[in-house]
Design a protein around this ligand. Structure first.
Ligand SMILES: CC(C)(COP(=O)(O)OP(=O)(O)OC[C@H]1O[C@@H](n2cnc3c(N)ncnc32)[C@H](O)[C@@H]1OP(=O)(O)O)[C@@H](O)C(=O)NCCC(=O)NCCS
Length: 162
């Protein structure tokens, strides 16, 4: 059983950012360090100075109340965009679950909940960037996200929540 919490913990978000960046968990490549991931400004900006207006994070807690996954929304600007940036007023989604907890519907719980939250907050939409090889793109499509850009090996997807 998992439950959701809105309690914000930037240190845990950093770990989830690490999992999202290293999404291809096939053991083929040695993983970079967390510091190496966070030293890339385009990565670090997903969590830097967490608590800005518009920041929303939902955490999935296991039965011991330990966080095992998170989905979070953040607004970006054209000057300092996220990988899935579409507009200043459209928050971008990041989501990850610890490898040992994947495939147990935690991600589905987080995604549905963060979409409901964006609807409640009257957001215009939610955007995201996903590698075209990442199977989670099918989950996004099931929730209504549509491909609006195909930069390099990524897909930019957008969900209209109006
Ligand atoms: C993507 C992720 C958050 C989904 O969380 P989850 O708890 O595993 O998801 P669910 O169990 O609800 O399953 C939803 C989808 O995730 C994918 N998934 C399921 N188990 C998985 C696993 N062990 N590894 C990778 N992806 C998995 C499947 O595409 C699944 O879709 P399906 O319903 O058609 O089978 C999680 O797999 C993860 O952290 N992946 C690495 C980070 C990442 O890719 N983040 C998104 C970057 S855009």
């Amino acid at each position: 059983m998992f439950r959701l919490s809105a309690h914000a913990d930037p240190a845990f978000l950093a770990e989830m950012l690490y999992e999202a960046v290293n999404w291809r968990d096939d053991g083929a490549d040695e993983r970079p360090s967390l510091d190496a991931v966070l030293s890339v400004p385009e990565n670090a900006r997903y969590i830097a100075e967490w608590g800005r207006p518009g920041d929303v994070a939902l955490y999935a807690l296991d039965r011991r109340d330990e966080p095992v996954g998170a989905a979070w929304l953040r607004l970006f600007t054209a000057e300092a965009p996220g990988y899935g940036y579409v507009a200043d007023d459209v928050p971008e989604l990041a989501i990850a679950v610890y490898p040992e907890f994947r495939g147990k519907r935690v991600g589905t719980l987080l995604l549905g909940s963060v979409i409901a939250r964006a609807e409640r907050d009257r957001a215009r939409g939610i955007s995201l960037s996903v590698n075209r090889d990442n199977p989670v793109k099918h989950l996004y499509a099931r929730y209504g996200f549509e491909v609006v850009g195909e930069p390099g090996d990524a897909l930019t997807m957008l969900l209209d929540v109006t």
